[in-house]
Design a protein around this ligand. Sequence first.
Ligand code: BES
Ligand code: ZN
Length: 613
Amino acid sequence: MAPVRDPNTLSNYDQWRTKHTTVNFKVDFAAKRLRGSVILELESQTDKSSNEIILDSNYVEVSAIKLNSAPSQWVVKDHTGPNGSPVHVAVPNGADKGEVVKLEIELATTDKCTALQWLTPAQTSNKKAPFMFSQCQAIHARSIFPCQDTPDVKSTYEFNIRSPHVVVASGVPVPSATEDAGEDKVYKFQQKVPIPSYLFAVASGDIASAPIGRCSSVATGPDELKASQWELQDDMDKFLDAAEKIVFPYQWGEYNVLVLPPSFPYGGMENPIFTFATPTIISGDRQNIDVIAHELAHSWSGNLVTSCSWEHFWLNEGWTVYLERRIQAAVHKNDAYFDFSAIIGWKHLEEAVEGFGKDHEYTKLSIKHDGIDPDDAFSSVPYEKGFHFIWSLDRLVGRDNFDKFIPYYFKKWQNKSLDSYDFKDTFLEFFSAPEYAGLKEKIAEIDWEGRFYNPGLPPKPEFNTSLVDVCFQLANKWRQKDYMPSPSDTSSWTGNQVLVFLNAVQDFEEPLTVEQSQNLGKVYGLADSKNVELKAAYYQVAMKAKDASSYPGVAELLGNVGRMKFVRTLFRSLNKVDRDLALKTFEKNRDFYHPICRQLVEKDLGVGEMKLS
Ligand code: BES
Ligand code: ZN
């Protein structure tokens, strides 16, 4: 029986736990496969009472498994829904509690691998070399190698990756250990901090790097390097200083950013040592790097202290959004930035709740995941509802007190995984100290069950609206059909202010006229903005106005960005106004999108091969 603590693993990790993982892969660009072996060192949790090890896998080709260097009896079972095909390995005599057994698994990934994207040289910006990258969160690591694919298990890692091109990974490079192997080189990395499988990451291609901070570099294609360095170098250390002050010193050694090709499906992914990021953050105006503050914050919330299953994902993301907003306020030396970002987040939360319906399971903070693919349950809810819960606790006990709780919580749980109730217990334990006796009654009133399981919106707090008021004022002017805009309306604004304005216009009950919408795009320079965040928001306004002259631009943008936040929302809107163009655009760009994005857009549009699960 799979342990119920994580319904998205089929592994018997209550009986065996992975302590160390060695990955020996060759990056085979010609075949678009990783090949090689993985060595799992698993510690027995019981006294000889388990005679098999069950691992997660999904469309991996396993050719041999050795148990303690000898051939073993093993079988890959049938596919069972989103959790994949479990691999059963016999351990005939079991093992004493605490004894470590070694599984050496020979494998190759397949073309059904959901975690990897392979780009041909023609699909890269300088067209010189192929490129590959991984995206394992939430349950895609199992499609690279059999493992205990649950955030409840943490392992140290050793990476030996052979490739003809530069490799980065979620480990610290082992100095001067890059060996030559014919045309290939072997790139070695170590991750000494135990990490869950979803933080396993590799990428390889024509990658150059440049410094952006005291322990940070940015890596990307050589042609994009200067722009990426410029975008990040001013703020990287400020983010790090602010985060260390709020929590405690950074634990991972280096913090680097890999800026990926445009098909990267997320804004950012907090892979340790190397955050993976969308190139849409390199907008030439330093307006979209809040993504980096967010991924950096995961170095504490998520990567050190981890939710034990995707049911408690809010512990990763809610805390991270909270820390990200604290970092923004600290860096700008202005608390209004915290609220500013929270107001934008509230809008996303309202949209998500409206989209699912206010009683939907996915609008709960803690979501049941039995038989569910975490990618399907993904939304702003765990981020924003999680943030609101943490922020409400902060307000309840007062900032000074909460600031003492933060490092306590992260120290107590570092290198471990926890659920919502562990969090509750830790909070109550900390505030039961005599110096907090005055808070006793307030704390007793916290409705933990309601917070965890009530669907729909959480209580809405009073926001400091000082940074958004001007945005709403301008939006109101646009309600008058004869408003004459001028570039100076927005020229001194931050990107996020323009975004709030556009979102407000998009929400008008009566949409803009086609003429107004075109005028808005032109006068504020949105129609040809380099800032994809703004361009996408403008296109939403244009589609709402049914400005058909904007549709080709939408289709073009959909061929240039693969970040799901934009792709999915643009497709949904385009589908409403011109389904034919939406379908054609999807077909045309199918190979450009990452497998995860492709599958979700297929579902959104109601087309295509259904997911093979
Ligand atoms: N860890 C997430 C990305 C993720 C979540 C990947 C779940 C797969 C499954 C990452 O930290 C994230 O939240 N990225 C956001 C950034 C934003 C909130 C600033 C994104 O991609 O938009
Ligand atoms: Zn995140």
